[in-house]
Design a binder for this molecule. Structure first.
Ligand code: PLP
Length: 440
């Protein structure tokens, strides 16, 4: 009997070892990590340079409390992160995960409002669906009913606007009018809430698990930035999943040249080598808060030298192996192969994403995008069939009738062309078995 418990009740094999894009269980079976865990292991498993950097740091010190010491890995990693972020995003605050990064972002925004005489601003508008973490504060921002509903009433109910799911609404992704249409919903919400009460708007530039790699329509990101500026509202980018290189750029926002006021990264930042995340903020925001006595926030393990040594080595490896270029190349290939599958399987309703943050959605009818019957539990069934093929993929279904079952296909950024073939063979077999058993 195991004494551990988690969200999923599915029994899983015991992990033995992992290398590159593969994971072996103790029975000797080899799985392809087609989702990089939960979009975490961006540079692949057991990278020797990262392991060596961590071992070297372990021999020096594994922990130094941030109120007692600066650490060299911390300083160097902050400098590296600032250099990879757009100009102005100069200030880095380390945490140990995504939810912590989001909570830190909202607290910094709130303290900034208070010290600049805007204390009436406290509401953070987010989108539905979205996922910003599972701690109680982050849950108020999250718009994903399977994980929020059981906890209602939430600590605070934050306002939501619809995510720009143009593919469901039958709108043209490439028409700037589509972007304006969804951005107008933000402006309407700000006006309805009272602009002077709104602190921030938060969005995932490329969606994560809740939307299945949702890509914003043309003009949306720029329009959102303009609206936030018009009402003095801070723009927070949740780059926990889209940041770190997986979209083929260091940040999702970079794909549209849109710079937020505050952003959060995690997942691929520590890349599975250490629990690590960061909030990065515009200098003017941090200066105002620090000038008024300092940011009233922190977590014990944040910025520990071991995690920072891993994060630094991960970023150096991404640069050394030019992994973002590979990610763009292999991502284009994999997306085209997924799109080709739409010819064969009429129940694939949509393929979307950027770089190697890719997803496909299963539906009952591609014309109407009507979802498959919930009883089918396709989100679970296909994952299990793929698992039997020793391919790991990641899935979600949002309740509420409008969203189908979507599946994230996000192998590590080091994936090669022959490995794309291997992934597609396994996925095609799983989809064929799904079609034979469940689709007339
Ligand atoms: N934000 C996004 C976009 C995420 O995908 C996640 C995790 O899936 C989080 C926040 C929360 O991160 P964590 O699970 O590390 O707390």
């Amino acid at each position: 009997m195991s004494h551990l418990f988690y969200l999923s009740t599915a029994a899983r094999p015991m992990l033995d070892r992992a290398e590159g894009i593969y994971i072996w269980d103790t029975a000797g079976r080899r799985f392809i990590d087609g989702s990089s865990g939960a979009m975490v292991s961006n540079i692949g498993h057991s990278n020797p340079r990262v392991l060596a950097a961590m071992k070297a740091q372990m021999d020096r010190a594994t922990f130094g409390y941030r109120l007692h010491f600066e650490t060299e890995p911390g300083e160097r990693l902050a400098e590296k992160v600032a250099s990879l972020c757009p100009a102005g995003m100069e200030k880095v605050f380390f945490v140990s995960g995504g939810s912590e990064a989001l909570e830190s972002a909202v607290k910094l925004a709130r303290q900034y409002a208070v010290v600049t005489g805007q204390g009436a601003r406290w509401k953070v508008i987010s989108r539905f669906p979205c996922y910003h973490g599972s701690t109680l504060g982050a849950l108020s921002l999250t718009g994903y009913d399977p994980l929020t509903d059981p906890f209602r009433p939430l600590m605070v109910e934050m306002p939501k606007i619809p995510a720009p799911r143009a593919y469901l609404d039958g709108l043209d992704m490439d028409d700037p009018a589509t972007g304006e249409h969804y951005a107008a919903m933000l402006e309407a919400k700000i006006l309805a809430e009272g602009p002077d009460t709104v602190l921030a708007f938060i969005q995932e530039p490329v969606g994560g698990a809740s939307t299945g790699a949702l890509v914003p329509p043309a003009g949306y990101m720029q329009a959102v930035r303009r609206i936030c500026d018009r009402y003095g509202i801070l723009l927070i980018h949740d780059e926990v999943m889209s940041g770190g290189g997986r979209v083929g750029a260091f940040l999702g926002g970079d794909l549209w040249g849109v710079v937020p006021d505050i952003l959060a990264i995690s997942k691929g930042f520590g890349a599975g080598y250490a629990p690590l995340g960061a909030m990065v903020a515009q200098e003017r925001i941090v200066d105002a808060v620090q000038g008024a006595g300092g940011f009233l926030h922190g977590h014990t393990y944040a910025g520990n030298p071991l995690a920072c040594s891993a994060g630094l080595a991960v970023l150096e490896e991404i640069e050394r192996q030019d992994m973002m270029a590979n990610c763009r190349h292999v991502g284009t290939l994999l997306k085209a192969r997924l799109e080709a599958l739409m010819q064969r399987f009429g129940f694939i309703g949509d393929v979307r994403g950027k770089g190697l943050l890719l997803a496909f959605e299963l539906v009952a009818d591609r014309q109407t995008m009507a979802p498959l019957p919930p009883d089918l539990r396709a989100f679970n069934t296909l994952v299990e069939l793929a698992y039997e093929e020793q391919l790991i993929i990641y899935s979600r279904r949002t309740r509420g009738g409008r969203s189908g079952d979507h599946f994230l296909l996000c192998p590590p950024m080091i994936t090669t062309e022959p490995q794309v073939d291997e992934i597609m063979e396994k996925l095609t077999r799983a989809l064929t078995r799904f079609a034979d058993a469940h689709v007339q």
